[in-house]
Design a protein around this ligand. Structure first.
Ligand code: DUC
Ligand code: ZN
Ligand code: ZN
Length: 472
């Protein structure tokens, strides 16, 4: 099967060129400049399928390195399965996800990984890999980290938040970081001071402050900045690369910036919700509506100008990646668990379908360049998590994960409109994007075209990953 994409503007992290793209089987066969007939003059005529991308961008499929399909959380499970979540991702131009296998205290890491394979294998519409959450750092789980690296799981997430659930203390973090430094893997950190947050939460509840907005007010920016600094210093002691997930506070990113200025291997990630949504406009909506936007780290105050600063840090590469932290919960029977007590609202927002569009809007708004859009949503995620150049770039030999994106199109995001995630609402209701995902190709198979999903469950393959390619 060959596919010929003609007349498009092929976008990479380093530039935009007019070129045709030839796909042969599952990989990119050639990127052909206008007038270059060295591969034959008649490629279009002999191709099995032809797309005319005149006036459109041809980009590598999105790589979302932070999703939580079926995550057990707060007495329930994230509402997307690997089947529904990866289908929604495909709709939105994402062709690779990396999800988190979850080990809790007392569980064998290898068993938790097997459980994640059991959930995902044979279910996915697009390719997928795993990070491993270590929720119980002990001799056995540290040993397992070495084993997993040999199986292509090269990143481990620890939590400084959620005491009694996923939380690791500083000694545990240090030991896990020493192990990672030794085996070459990357530590991913949920950097919030969970011990302090728990005190603030109990005090708020005792004062009758139960509405969803108190979720943010009990997780002030200091709890994120303090934990970020502590994580960086612990990582510095061990020499392990450190990737701070879902950053929302500008003060915390400033700490990352300082470490990067020292050429330490510290990297920051943010998510679309922190670039667009706020405490005032979303989390503070009347009644229980704000529960839709309860996630951690929390949405922050618009008045404090975090959003502008996060965009700026994306331009300066102090934030390297935008992923979603896709963790969807329905209002009914899930978010509702926290009626009358914000601390019982399951934490998470569903965005896996909308990341490429939402960040393209940043290009339209002049926040980032076209090249930077591709870099922070596809190329850097692939390089940071050992998938490059198989993923994240349109180049001969790379997997044929390609999106044809129409900058003249429109995408009206909303539950009744573009929504394919397994949720009963959209956190992005009413967002209108100046751009549209027209065609999505996953490893040489067209999975979305003409506003139709034509992919199949089980097409997506498990990805064994290499090491972080950004280390200095
Ligand atoms: N944050 C969320 O919003 N959901 C799941 C876990 C997390 O860290
Ligand atoms: Zn987290
Ligand atoms: Zn997460």
């Amino acid at each position: 099967m060959t596919i010929f994409i003609k007349n498009g503007s092929v976008v990479s992290s380093t530039g935009v060129i007019q070129a045709d793209v030839l796909i042969d089987g599952e990989t990119i066969a050639a990127v052909i400049a206008p007038g270059d007939t060295s591969l034959g003059a008649n490629l279009e005529a002999t191709a099995d399928q032809v797309f005319d991308a005149q006036g459109k961008y041809v980009i590598p499929g999105g790589v979302d390195v932070h999703t939580h399909m079926e995550l057990p959380f707060g007495g329930t499970f994230a509402s997307d399965t690997f089947e529904t979540g990866t289908r929604a991702a495909a709709w939105g131009g994402t062709t690779t996800i990396i999800d988190f296998a979850v080990q809790k205290q007392g569980e064998r890491v290898q068993d938790s990984l097997a459980a994640w394979h059991a959930k995902a294998d044979g279910q996915c519409a697009i390719d997928y890999g795993f990070h491993q959450i270590i929720g119980g750092v002990d001799d056995d789980s540290l040993k397992a980290m070495d084993e997993l690296v040999n199986e292509g799981i090269t990143s481990f997430k620890l939590f400084m938040a959620y005491p009694g659930v996923f939380y690791s203390d500083d000694g545990q973090i240090l030991r896990a970081m020493q192990t990672a430094a030794n085996n070459g893997s990357t530590i991913m950190m949920h950097a919030e001071n969970g011990i302090a947050i728990d005190v603030l939460v109990q005090q708020a509840l005792a004062e009758g402050k139960t509405d969803p907005r108190y979720h943010s007010l009990t997780r002030p920016w200091e709890t994120e900045a303090e934990a970020t600094n502590r994580a960086i210093m612990l990582a510095k002691m061990t020499g392990t690369p450190l990737y701070i997930v879902h950053m929302s506070a500008k003060q915390a990113v400033q700490v990352v910036q300082q470490a990067r200025d020292e050429a330490w291997n510290v990297f920051g990630e943010t998510c679309p919700q922190y670039l667009y949504l706020s405490l005032e406009d979303h989390l503070s909506q009347p009644g229980f509506e704000g529960a839709k936007w309860v996630c951690s780290t929390p949405l922050r105050s618009k008045a404090e100008h975090h959003q502008e600063e996060l965009w700026r840090y994306l331009r300066t590469n102090d934030l390297s990646i935008v992923s979603t932290d896709h963790c969807p919960f329905c209002m009914k029977e899930q978010k509702e668990l926290g009626v009358g007590d914000f601390s019982k609202i399951p934490n998470g927002i569903g965005s896996v379908e909308h990341r490429m569009d939402l960040i393209f809007q940043g290009v339209v708004d002049g926040q980032i360049t076209l090249e930077r859009w591709v870099e922070i949503t596809a190329t850097t995620p692939a390089r940071m998590f050992g998938l490059y150049p198989r993923k994240g770039v349109i180049a001969p030999g790379s997997d044929a994960d390609v999106v044809i994106y129409d900058p003249a199109g429109r995408t009206e995001i909303g539950y009744e409109k573009t929504h394919h995630m397994n949720m009963d609402h959209s956190a992005w209701e009413g967002f209108n994007i100046s751009g549209h995902v027209d065609t999505v190709i996953s490893r040489g198979t067209v999975v979305v075209d003409n506003n139709q999903y034509i992919g199949t469950k089980g097409h997506g393959k498990y990805l064994k990953r290499g090491m972080n390619q950004y280390l200095v």
